[in-house]
Design a protein around this ligand. Structure first.
Ligand code: AHR
Length: 672
């Protein structure tokens, strides 16, 4: 049999290696047995769900505020703290003297009830207000920033707007407003940096005057160029990372963020649409306030930009602190609200809410197949979910019979989802969530192999191997990849999956949830090894599964965690290699995915059952590193990235070496 080998470096032989070989080879000591797999092209596969790989998002870890949403001013409407203008400071240059304060007496409108008042007793060379942004303002060369703000003054004054170094010594961009009048008015300016500026976030944004007097400010906004130059749009580098994942759908707006701590702080979608200056914003359950600049319309535009279908989670009458509505009469307004929300997404422009969407800029309805009712209602210990679900599902189905409805309880594998029974108004899918460590996720690679297929389909709506932070390490990625082989193999049942959380701002204080997929600071962003696994799985996938027979796979011992130990659960032996394969029925391409969770390279005998010729040339895409604890960081974003190389010598029988701690996709071509 010809042998192909990845020219990746594997750990150098050492006494250790022999130990590991003995430990991980599937064998009798001294007689290593070679792992072998057969791709059964002679056995009918099933269709791979076209929606298997998607995204899950919510406001957590500064996902939008200080993240994907392009706004650069932090606390732009001065609502983050009712008693002080957080993130704002007074600039007093050249002997200036004055003060800033929150003013509740000069509202712009109901959504902007507070303003920032600058009292300049003595203007010196200048006096003004400064904002430090979300850990600085990103300065890049030759870049045009859009500024807008509401202002009024006791006495007409010209304002100078600038992006400058923290100490004001270097000015990167500067522009002047016309003289500010005595009534509220919005001013718009452009700030442009010069060619050759060195990128930096050691910066601040300043609006200043040379006149003594009083000026009020409200909704102060600064945007860099956004993805596709969309007004009120998204940060381009992060959108690019997402685009490369080729996601099929976006589950939004949560997560806990959908529910809120209280009814008053839920994701109240009607307060998130229309002009941003009319959106009041709200506190998020993750400890900071959302401007709702990323509102329902922006979520939908995000979907459109990345060719994803929206998967809308509607608020279902239960909040994180346990408030819930059981009485059908009290729940009814929330059902009406959900129906309006669905109409905003998919109603045509002749409907009431479809017309509002058209007013907001999108006359054409958005295509949508799935609606989820609530989030993690297993936490509702009152048991009210079943009644709530039934009431919502009936109403939605009556108006939108084609929509598929997802329940957050009734799953079989996830303790939280399984805590409550499957609702009587049977859901089309049940949502199961799994946050585990790497070896637990590896064990779960077979979770859906024997799942009862007579009930609803499954949506794995949140999951992750949680190792490493702020973003996950290679070991987590191995757990993720192992789990994904199981989802791919069972994608007749598991129609959709999405990892969570998607984002983390890696600046100090940015993270509320450890182990996230994509990290960023003010200037840069990067994908974790788990991100690269997601990308490899969704980029290299066919439309039909290929059954794999495997034998003599290496194994590993899974120790019980503390909780399981206490229950008397003993260590178990589980596989340490995982495979899945799919083929493209149109092109004849075959994608074999292999996860080697052992610390040594594994040479695997690969054979085909049926299916004609296999072209000798192929490609291997491999993600690996020298240690499972290795990771990518904001300063070393490319330490672990997929490496593509050509393979020769493929055929109906060949050998392939899979490096230690690696995830590999082999792309092959079948010729009939
Ligand atoms: O992904 C983080 C949180 O985990 C989500 O907000 C919630 O749904 C789950 O408990």
């Amino acid at each position: 049999m010809p042998e192909t080998a990845l020219s990746q470096r594997v750990p150098t032989p050492a006494p250790f290696i022999l130990f590991f070989v003995l430990l991980f080879s599937s064998t009798v000591i001294g007689q290593p047995v070679q792992p072998a797999i057969t791709l059964r092209l002679d056995v009918p596969g099933h269709a791979v769900s076209p929606k298997l790989y998607g995204l899950m998002t919510e406001e957590i870890n500064y996902s939008y505020e200080g993240g994907l949403y392009g706004e650069l001013i932090r606390n732009r409407a001065f609502k983050n703290n009712p008693t002080a203008p957080d993130n704002w400071s007074l600039v007093e240059d050249g002997g200036a003297g004055g003060s800033i304060s929150l003013d509740h007496q000069e509202p712009v409108n109901e959504a902007l009830p507070v303003s920032l008042r600058l009292d300049a007793e003595n203007a010196g060379t200048r006096i003004g207000i400064a904002n430090t942004g979300y850990w600085g303002i990103p300065v890049r060369p030759k870049t045009a920033y859009s500024v807008s703000f509401y202002a009024k003054a006791k006495k007409a004054a010209v304002l100078a707007v600038s992006i400058e170094s923290k100490d004001g010594a270097t000015v990167y961009a500067r522009a002047e407003s016309p003289a500010i009048g005595t009534g509220w008015q919005q001013y718009q300016l452009v700030l442009a940096t010069a060619d050759g500026v060195t990128p930096t976030a050691e910066t601040r944004f300043v609006i200043a005057t040379k006149e003594a007097g009083t000026v009020w400010f409200s909704q102060v906004s600064l945007f860099p160029p956004t993805y596709h130059n969309t007004p009120n749009g998204n940060r381009s580098d992060i959108m690019q990372l997402l685009a490369e994942m080729k996601p099929a759908f976006l589950r939004f707006p949560g997560g806990n963020y959908l529910e809120g701590d209280y009814f008053s702080t839920r994701f109240d979608w009607k307060a998130t649409i229309g002009p941003v200056e009319l959106r009041p914003g709200h506190p998020s359950p993750w400890g900071y306030r959302s401007t709702d600049g990323m509102g329902l319309y922006e979520f939908l535009k995000w979907c459109e930009d990345l060719k994803m279908e929206p998967l809308l989670a509607v608020f279902a009458g239960y909040t994180l602190k346990g408030d819930h509505l059981e009485d059908p009469a009290y729940l009814q307004p929330f059902i009406a609200d959900a129906l309006d929300e669905i109409e905003y997404v998919m109603g045509d422009a002749s409907t009431k809410w479809g017309a509002k969407r058209a007013r907001d800029g999108h006359p054409a309805p958005f295509a949508m197949t799935y609606v989820e009712i609530g989030n993690e209602d297993g936490f509702d210990r009152s048991g009210s979910y079943e009644k709530r679900f039934n009431q919502f599902a009936k109403a939605i189905r009556a108006k939108y019979p084609a929509l598929k409805i997802i329940s957050t309880t009734g799953g079989k594998n996830d303790w939280l989802s399984a805590r409550n029974p499957l609702p009587k108004e049977t859901p089309d899918l049940v949502d199961e969530h799994f946050y585990r460590n790497s070896i637990e996720m590896q064990e779960m690679a077979t979770l859906y192999d024997h799942y009862d297929r007579s009930g609803p389909k499954v949506f794995v709506g949140e999951w992750a191997s949680r190792e490493g932070f702020p973003t996950t390490n290679l070991n987590a990625a191995l757990g993720d990849a192992a789990f994904l082989t199981g989802l791919e193999r069972n994608s007749d049942l598991v129609l959709m999956s999405c990892y969570a959380p998607l984002f983390v701002n890696v600046n100090p204080g940015g993270m509320q949830w450890k182990s996230d997929l994509i990290g960023y600071n003010t200037l840069n962003s990067y994908g974790s090894p788990s991100y690269h696994v997601q990308k490899m799985f969704s980029n290299y996938v066919g439309d039909e599964t290929v059954t794999i027979d495997a034998k003599d796979l290496p194994t590993q011992v899974k120790k019980p965690n503390a909780k399981d130990s206490a229950k008397g659960i003993q260590p178990s032996t589980i596989p340490a290699m995982f495979f899945s394969a799919t083929r493209d029925t149109k092109t004849g391409k075959i994608y074999l995915k292999a996860v080697n969770a052992t610390p040594v390279a594994q040479n695997v005998a690969i054979a085909f059952g049926g299916g004609g010729k296999i072209v000798p040339q192929g490609t291997a895409v491999t993600l690996r590193s020298d240690s499972p604890e290795d990771t990518n960081t904001i300063t070393e974003p490319g330490k672990i990235v997929p490496v593509t190389q050509s393979l020769k010598g493929l055929g109906r029988n060949f050998h392939q070496s899979f490096p230690a701690w690696s995830v590999t996709v082999i792309e092959m071509q079948q010729v009939r």
